[in-house]
Design a protein around this ligand. Structure first.
Ligand SMILES: [Zn+2]
Length: 338
């Protein structure tokens, strides 16, 4: 089967790889319906994460179950399934508390940018859609696998809700879907930080009421001005850099909440800043599995259309161009057709 392998920064190849098989009784093997390139895949692509050996890429997936191990009870061959970037048993104490991405048996997924994928802990990880989804819903279901679920968690962690002003740092797919999540949670005002016209337009379509082009301390100052000097109630951090995290904390009012989901790279929060801020920080790898049933339902009802973040679709064989387009910000998010 064909799959995407990163050999070094900037070096992405589509290669012949061994066909995944059921190796544990709790495994499933799925045939991908679609997959995509993640903003987090750009960290190693840009050399910010070291690649010691060739790395099979991809952790966002939807597809059809091909085979299951003898212990798998909840999905069967032929089911259309959505999973997330961390496999979880969904039965341990951490999973039952809603933090499946911290499951005591968690397995980080990779290798989803391929024709087939082995999914460990299939019962706890995969959610089957009722029947086969219509083709036009596949991009939105794929978005649920990571970027929508992550934006949703960020909005929940930031305690977005009715009457709240929510600010969103980061105009990638996760930030944009954080805007959508905040709208669905009933936020009154949603401020998106963005300098790119196409992303600003999508942010507005997803529910942003205001766009701020300043960033860093200047951006935080603008949010303070817009909120009578107080700051937003809820701020989503969807970048992972020092500047973005400080921008998020400094945009938040005393007693407010930051939901941080950008994969942290060299972020160091000064203790005195945090101490003086009265801001609650919560985030990390999103427990997407917690939200999948609800998100699949909203997509099937056509109440939300998160698949709009895919502004480029290419065949799997053209994965290198998909990475280039996202790296050069010519695309918000690239879908790979399998
Ligand atoms: Zn668990």
């Amino acid at each position: 089967m064909r799959g995407v392998v990163m050999h070094a920064a900037g070096d992405v190849r589509v290669e012949d790889l061994p066909m995944p098989t059921v190796t544990e009784p709790t495994d499933a093997v799925i045939r991908l319906a679609a997959t995509c390139v993640c903003g987090s895949d750009l960290w190693p692509y840009r050399g910010a994460d070291e690649i010691r050996r060739p790395r099979p890429m991809g952790h966002e997936y939807v597809g059809i179950v091909e085979a299951v191990g003898s212990d798998v009870m909840t999905v069967k061959p032929g089911d259309f399934v959505v999973g997330s970037f961390i496999a979880s048993d969904n039965t341990c104490e951490i999973c039952r508390s809603g933090y499946q991405s911290g499951c005591v048996h968690r397995v980080g997924m990779s290798g989803a940018q391929a024709e087939y994928l082995r999914v460990p802990l299939a019962d706890g990880t995969l959610v089957a859609t009722p029947g086969q989804p219509e083709a036009e819903l596949v991009p939105s279901l794929l978005a649920a696998s990571d970027v929508l679920g992550t934006g949703w968690f960020a909005a929940a962690a930031a305690q977005a809700g009715p009457g709240k002003t929510v600010a969103v740092v980061g105009d990638g797919a996760v930030g944009l879907l954080g805007v959508l999540a905040a709208r669905e949670m009933g936020a009154e005002r949603i401020i998106a930080f963005s300098r790119h016209a196409d992303r600003q337009a999508l942010a507005r379509e997803f529910g942003a009421t205001d766009i701020v082009t300043e960033r860093g301390d200047d951006g935080a100052a603008v949010v303070k001005e817009m909120t009578h000097g107080l700051g937003a109630h809820s701020v989503i951090e969807a970048v992972g850099t020092q500047e973005a995290m400080l921008q998020a904390i400094n945009s938040t009012r005393a007693g407010g909440h930051v939901g941080f989901v950008g994969v942290s790279h060299d972020v160091e929060i000064p203790g005195r800043l945090l101490f003086g801020s009265h801001v609650a920080l919560h985030g990390g790898p999103a427990p997407v599995r917690r939200y999948l049933p609800e998100l699949i339902d909203l997509i099937r009802q056509r109440r939300i259309d998160p698949g709009k973040v895919f502004d480029l679709a290419l065949p799997l064989e053209d994965a290198a161009e998909a990475y280039r387009a996202m790296d050069e910000r010519r695309a918000i998010k690239a879908l790979l057709q399998v």
